[in-house]
Design a protein around this ligand. Structure first.
Ligand SMILES: C[S@@+](CC[C@H](N)C(=O)[O-])C[C@H]1O[C@@H](n2cnc3c(N)ncnc32)[C@H](O)[C@@H]1O
Length: 253
């Protein structure tokens, strides 16, 4: 059994630690301290997520970023489409504080709202429908039933023809695949590999929280199909990281 699979089953038996990880000064400070280094490795996929959206580069549109954190995904879209504006939403006051710093150059182009992915009311400002919703590195924090409900809520709040894209990590049920992902990930990022071999209690909590509800790719695509999306694809993949998504049909059918 791989470390990742073993860690996941151990973590499953513990209480959900999402709040203690993401609503803690220390947990968020720890996460933010590694953000610049992590984002350097993600610039290609951040940009691709923006490129996948079917807007003209000068088009004016509003999009929603759920579980937005410091806005790394939203910033990529705001950069690519200079006339776009964003509704960012997250449940963590600490992440929203960090976002105010990271989004300093985007003043006037975004609003940042409180929202709980586990079932909070949809951001009011976007209740009339938006042409794009993105999520990044947060759907894996939700139990499977809620993942499906969230996809259905996103579908319901997209205007016809609107797109949903998700950048996230996935797991695998195959220990050989898990070991192969780990080998390549460790070679590409030896610093993280060294740190994972010697985690502090806070880092271990965050690592376990990260794995708790992570599932393979295919059931997530199935949830998108069940929600009614079309054009569903795995638009990008590298080892355990993926971008998938789909579109609300342009004509109700
Ligand atoms: C790994 S960070 C990713 C942040 C950002 N989307 C990015 O790509 O950098 C996970 C984010 O999900 C948020 N989150 C976790 N559980 C949540 C929940 N139940 N409701 C809203 N946000 C949640 C956390 O506060 C955090 O900002």
């Amino acid at each position: 059994m791989s470390d990742r699979v073993r860690d996941k089953s151990e973590a499953d038996s513990e209480a959900d630690s999402n709040d203690s990880v993401w609503k803690s000064e220390r947990g968020v400070a720890d996460w933010v301290s590694g953000e610049r280094r992590r984002e350097q490795r993600r610039s290609e996929q951040r940009r691709l997520l923006a490129e996948l959206l079917p807007f003209g580069e000068d088009e004016e549109f509003r999009f929603v970023d759920l579980g937005a954190g410091t806005g790394a995904a939203a910033r990529a879209v705001l950069d690519y489409y200079p006339r776009s504006s964003a509704v960012l939403a997250d449940f963590s006051p600490q992440m929203r504080e960090q976002a105010a710093i990271a989004l300093g150059d985007y003043a006037g182009r975004y609003v940042y709202l409180e929202y709980d992915l586990r079932g909070g009311p949809w951001p009011e400002v976007a209740s009339a429908g938006v042409p794009a919703v993105i999520t990044s590195l947060c759907v894996h924090h939700l139990p499977d039933e809620r993942k499906g409900e969230l996809f259905a809520e996103i579908f319901a709040h997209l205007t016809p023809g609107g797109w949903y894209l998700n950048f996230d990590a996935v797991s695998t049920d195959d220990p050989l695949v898990a070991a192969t992902w780990k080998l390549a990930n460790d070679r590409q990022d030896p610093e993280t590999a060294a740190r994972q071999a010697n985690l502090s209690p806070e880092e271990r909590l965050r690592h376990e929280n990260h794995l708790r509800h992570m599932i393979p790719l295919e059931p997530q695509l199935e949830l998108l199909r069940a929600a009614g999306f079309e054009g569903i694809d795995l638009y990008w993949k590298q080892l355990d990281f993926v971008i998938y998504g789909g579109r609300r049909p342009a004509v109700a059918g």
